[in-house]
Design a protein around this ligand. Structure first.
Ligand SMILES: [Zn+2]
Length: 165
């Protein structure tokens, strides 16, 4: 992990990585920082491995893994996944992810039992639902299986017929 980019030898690396992340060509980055394209390439290569190695933004990781951003952030905070690189620009932290992170997330979810309502990992002492709240939710109609819904609808129909009679 790179941590915060420091200005080194007069080169603000956060500009280089930030611009590269947003898709800027090396020529433009070189012009911006007043260094050669080769120098930019060297800096990128040291930080990110090969420069043609396509790292993923957090948004792209969300799209590829099918997880909302807050779940990605949680997986990051509990160190289930580790960004390939991280730096701050302005008041924001930028994370970039190796493409393998998608497979890591998928493997992580395959080894977990998930709550049937909220899809969060189950604590060890829970079997189907992560919490009492989710257990109660499950008994609401919208979470029922098609068979259960049919049964509820049949009950309602019978009840109406009895009232008519
Ligand atoms: Zn739950």
């Amino acid at each position: 992990m790179l941590g915060d980019m420091k200005v080194k030898n007069g080169v603000d690396r956060s500009i280089i990585y930030g611009m590269r992340r947003s898709g800027a060509p090396m020529r433009e980055i070189a012009e911006k920082i007043g260094r050669s394209k080769e120098r930019v390439r060297q800096i990128l290569a040291r930080g990110l491995g090969a420069t043609n190695h396509e790292l993923l933004s957090t948004l792209r990781l969300c799209n590829l893994s099918g997880l909302p951003r807050n779940r990605i952030v949680e997986l990051y905070q509990d160190r289930t996944i580790t960004p390939a690189t991280k730096w701050s620009a302005g008041n924001r932290d930028y994370l970039l992810w190796s493409p393998e992170t998608v497979a890591q997330i998928s493997a992580y979810y395959q080894t977990l039992r998930l709550c049937r309502v909220c899809q969060y990992p189950l604590p060890k002492n829970r079997i189907l639902f992560c919490s009492d709240k989710c257990r109660q939710e499950r008994h609401k109609y919208k979470y029922m299986t098609p068979e259960e819904k049919q049964r509820v609808l049949a009950n309602i129909r019978r009840y109406r017929e009895r009232r008519k009679a």
